[in-house]
Ligand binder design. Structure first.
Ligand SMILES: Nc1ncnc2c1ncn2[C@@H]1O[C@H](COP(=O)(O)OP(=O)(O)OP(=O)(O)O)[C@@H](O)[C@H]1O
Ligand SMILES: [Mg+2]
Length: 473
């Protein structure tokens, strides 16, 4: 195995005396460091904004912003560099004050460059340890908050085999499956099991953002790109650099953005809105859709070349009704999740009803149903009485009519994303009214509305658009 190479230490010298500044810069560069320089505290702060600095060498008496104030400001920022104060002989007391403010050390003038070099190396080492430590802690936190994927069925075993196989590669993955089958969970698992796990997992719901905002959301913008663009903003594509970009409901992407996305994926680069220079990125794409791919290709709403790009590897999640053996372990897992240490008991009849039901809204539907049942259960037991009637009455044999889009009242309705085509106009109108009523009730709070209706927020967004209810953006 090759030794990991330690990148050069990035140093910033803040020193107002220009000769001295130049000498320090040149000498430290000669010793292999990467050195930037600033003539005063304000200039130093600006440089710190622009890029990562490991060690800041800071003179105390400087115009505009002096060394002590610079030190204070630096320590208000996240992840500050280590600071070494360079002091005149007379200001040793100030230097001690600086140590109290969190400086790594101080060096009194005159000093030898070797002394400075040794101190810089120690400070850089301390910072590296601090950063590693933070990263490890973040990783641990991520692992402990990583949701568990529960299954016993052969179909899900096969899905997980594919996930483990594809995760370590950089291949794009398209996850398909009905609403609520766990597509997002699988996308997170792919990221976690990849080499990119330490970097970001960035999630964009292509159906949830207004078309006009989507481009700047995805690619960012330069200051002045349009009125209101006061400062540069990085887009999700750039934030996902070295990590994974999860494009949820990718088939809802408007056509102009489909071509921009395709170009970005192919060239691994893109322009921020209003920019003249390209940004290079290294991003792995994981996308998800609950639409039938042949349909979106046939009706021309999705570009086939983009589909082939992101479809390097396809994972199709089976509907819950196709793997009824997963229902019991999932129900127990979800009950634990919902009620912590004292989950209610499921009576055998209730369990039998859950297992026999066809779950049009899949795992999310099951979860909503159990959440409601937990609230209703009064002696710590979930019986048939606490289950919504449709789960009890309908048997799998006659449970295939996809017409249950309206029954929102109990908050446990199937997520009807795939059934649009079957809903006759009068039903659509009734559904529109129901959504409108819920929106009014929650003051147009979409999260609460979706919750109230028992549907996923992505389905709600889609419906808002279908029914032209998205004017309250
Ligand atoms: N195998 C599983 N084990 C544990 N929890 C699961 C499993 N599958 C799904 N869930 C849970 O079910 C809920 C829905 O899953 P998720 O959001 O991943 O579905 P989705 O396919 O992305 O749905 P949508 O298309 O509506 O966005 C989540 O709370 C998720 O944690
Ligand atoms: Mg989802």
């Amino acid at each position: 195995m090759s030794q990991p190479t330690i990148p050069p230490t990035k140093i910033l010298v803040a020193e107002d005396e220009s000769n001295l500044r130049l000498v320090i810069q040149k000498e430290l560069q000669r010793l292999g460091h990467e050195v930037a320089a600033a003539p005063d505290g304000e200039a130093a702060l600006r440089l710190l904004e622009e890029g990562a600095v490991d060690v800041l060498l800071c003179d105390i008496n400087m115009p505009r912003l002096d060394g002590m104030e610079l030190l204070r400001r630096v320590h208000q920022r996240p992840n500050p560099p280590e600071v070494i104060m360079l002091t005149g002989v007379a200001s040793v007391e100030t230097a001690i004050e600086a140590m109290k403010l969190g400086a790594y050390d101080y060096l009194s003038k005159p000093y030898r460059i070797n002394e400075l070099d040794a101190l810089v190396k120690q400070a850089a080492e301390k910072r590296r340890l601090r950063v590693d430590n933070q990263r490890l802690r973040a990783q641990l936190a991520r692992q402990s908050e990583t949701p568990e994927i529960v299954y016993v069925s052969a179909a899900m075993r096969e899905v997980m085999r594919l996930v483990e196989r594809v995760a370590p590669s950089d291949a794009s993955v398209l996850i398909s499956g009905e609403s609520g089958t766990g597509k997002e969970l699988i996308a997170q698992a792919i990221h976690r099991l990849s080499q990119r796990a330490d970097n970001s997992f960035i999630d964009l719901n292509c159906a949830a953002i207004q078309e006009t905002l989507l481009e700047s959301e995805l690619f960012g913008y330069e200051s002045g790109a349009f009125s209101g663009a006061k400062a540069r903003k990085l887009g999700l594509f750039e934030l996902a650099d070295r990590g994974t970009l999860f494009l949820d409901e990718v088939t809802e992407l408007p056509p102009p953005l489909q071509s921009k996305l395709l170009r970005a994926i192919e060239t691994r680069s893109f322009y921020r809105v209003g920019a003249v220079r390209k940004v290079q990125v290294d991003v792995r794409i994981v996308a998800a859709t609950n639409r039938d791919l042949n349909t979106v290709l046939a009706d021309g709403s999705f570009r086939s070349d983009l589909l082939y790009r992101i479809n390097g590897f396809q994972i199709a999640l089976p509907a819950l009704r196709e793997r009824p053996e997963d229902i019991e372990p999932l129900a127990r897992h979800l009950l634990n999740q919902l009620s912590g240490t004292h989950p209610p008991e499921l009576t055998p009849e209730a369990l039998a009803a859950l297992t026999a039901y066809d779950w049009p809204g899949n795992v999310r539907h099951l979860r909503n149903c159990l959440e409601r049942a937990t609230l209703l259960a009064n002696d710590g037991r979930i019986t048939i009485a606490e289950l919504p009637p449709e789960t009890v009455r309908r048997s799998p044999a006659h449970a295939t009519t996809p017409s249950t889009a309206l029954n929102y009242g109990a908050g446990v309705t199937p997520d009807p994303a795939d059934n649009e085509a079957f809903v006759p106009p009068s039903l659509r109108e009734a559904e529109r009214q129901q959504i409108l009523a819920a929106l009014e009730q929650t003051g147009w709070h979409r999260g609460k509305t979706a919750e109230m209706l028992g549907i996923s927020s992505s389905t709600l967004y889609r419906r808002l658009r279908d029914y032209n209810l998205d004017r309250h953006q």
